[in-house]
Write a protein that binds this ligand. Structure first.
Ligand SMILES: *Cc1c(COP(=O)(O)O)cnc(C)c1O
Length: 409
């Protein structure tokens, strides 16, 4: 195997690690859950608190452009999604944005009550759909969950929306966005893609795939910090007709006219409901600057190479006999994480964390290892596999201290 130090030295993205603050000696393979802290963020947030809020007070809405943040941050995210300007807005959480988008999409497909989704996708997507179904009644909104491979066959004349997560949070499997979008649209449905595990780690081509709507996460691969706001994409061709039910004042065409009736703002801006979380949005805006000049193809190549390296090392160290590798191997079919199944996956995750390798666990039996190609390197992969092999060899995961479950896994 090629020396990992050489791979790191030759890595065209290697210099980007310098842009992050990471604790010394920690190998952080959980950027798919909470992205690391970009170096510029603390000073930017401190300035926003001390000077903008502390000194300029209410004037900051204009003077420091706070009011424009949802649009501005949306435009900074757009290139990562393959979206031309004017179609992305930063706001709320994925869950809230899904409520808005699902409602909007259903209204665009009258007479079609079914929201089709894949079994095993992130639960919030189904939960929000269930809530909407309760609100609207079965006749207007019904959730239909089927195994992913059955989706094409289930796209009938009742389906209003196909809602899919591009990369599955548990298995790391990636869907073919272009093919499924085409298929759904040919059947008369609209498509909503959840980009939680793909935005910021691979090129995405929302415009080229003619995707209808999308949502994604600010705190995973975009590194916006805990609770960072999410984003919404609405393809320009829907801008005239789309309507969303959380019609709050900041999605109004003229919020400061304080009209008695709601008139939606033009375009994607109507997906804003209320006041943006300014400090969080400023942190995300600063974090996104790391992506300036980053070639997303290069980022994707590195992400795949890190996972391939893990596979090769794991095979070499003989740990694949004990752990089941459940992420598909073909590059087109995976995201930027690997998932390993083991009956003691929780204990293994805890033992790895105790050894300085931060990973996570998804119930009931999956060990997740996420690669963030902006700041992870090949030597880290080698070291992580080595520690995993040691833990398994010594049975360290059987230590009773590792079986205590925390609230957040
Ligand atoms: C992380 C994640 C979410 C998070 O939803 P929030 O409402 O923003 O907390 C949603 N969907 C998927 C697929 C995720 O991985």
């Amino acid at each position: 195997m090629i020396d990992a130090a050489r791979l790191d030295a030759e890595d065209p993205l290697g210099h980007l690690r310098e842009r992050f603050l990471l604790p010394e000696g920690t190998i952080y393979f959980d950027g798919n859950s909470l992205g690391a802290l970009p170096k510029d963020v603390p000073a930017r947030v401190a300035d926003a608190v001390r000077r903008q809020w502390g000194e300029d007070l209410i004037a900051s809405w204009n003077r420091h452009g706070w009011i424009d943040l949802p649009r501005r941050v949306g435009e900074a995210i757009a290139p990562l999604l393959g979206a031309a300007p004017g179609q992305v807005l930063c706001c709320d959480s994925i869950s809230v944005n899904l409520f808005k988008l699902l409602s909007a999409a259903l209204a665009l497909r009258p007479g079609r009550p079914v929201l089709l989704t894949a079994a095993g996708d992130f639960p919030t997507d189904a939960y929000i759909t269930q809530g909407l179904a309760t609100l609207l009644g079965e006749a207007r909104c019904r959730l239909c969950t089927v195994p992913a491979e059955e989706i094409p066959a289930r796209l009938d004349a009742d389906v209003a929306v196909l809602l899919l997560t591009q990369v599955n949070y548990r298995s790391g499997e990636r869907h073919d966005m272009q093919a499924l979008t085409r298929r759904a649209q040919a059947a008369g449905a609209l498509v909503i893609w959840d980009l939680a595990h793909s935005a910021g780690v691979m090129p995405i081509a929302l415009d080229d795939c003619e995707v209808d709507f999308a949502v994604g996460c600010g705190y995973k691969f975009l590194n916006g910090g805990p609770g960072a706001p999410a984003f919404v994409y609405a393809n320009r061709r829907h801008h005239e007709r789309m309507q969303q039910p959380l019609s709050g004042w900041l999605g109004h065409r003229e919020p400061f006219a304080f009209d008695a009736t709601y008139t939606p703002a033009d375009g994607v801006a109507r997906f804003q409901s209320g006041t943006p979380p300014v400090l969080s949005m400023l942190a995300l805006e600063a974090a996104l600057e790391v992506f300036h000049d980053v070639d997303l193809e290069q980022l994707r190549d590195k992400s795949l190479a890190l996972a391939d390296r893990f596979y090769a090392c794991a095979e070499h160290a003989g740990v694949l006999g004990e752990l089941e590798w459940i992420t598909p191997r073909p590059p087109a079919r995976r995201g930027s994480q690997i998932s390993l199944r083991h009956p003691m996956a929780w204990e293994l995750s805890q033992a790895l964390i105790a050894s300085g390798v931060i990973v996570d666990f998804r119930a009931p039996d999956i060990l997740r290892i996420g690669f963030a190609p902006l700041y992870n390197g090949f030597r880290e992969v080698d070291a992580a596999v080595q520690r995993l092999a040691e833990i398994l060899r010594e049975g360290r995961h059987h230590d009773p201290s590792f079986c205590v479950r925390h609230t957040v896994t």
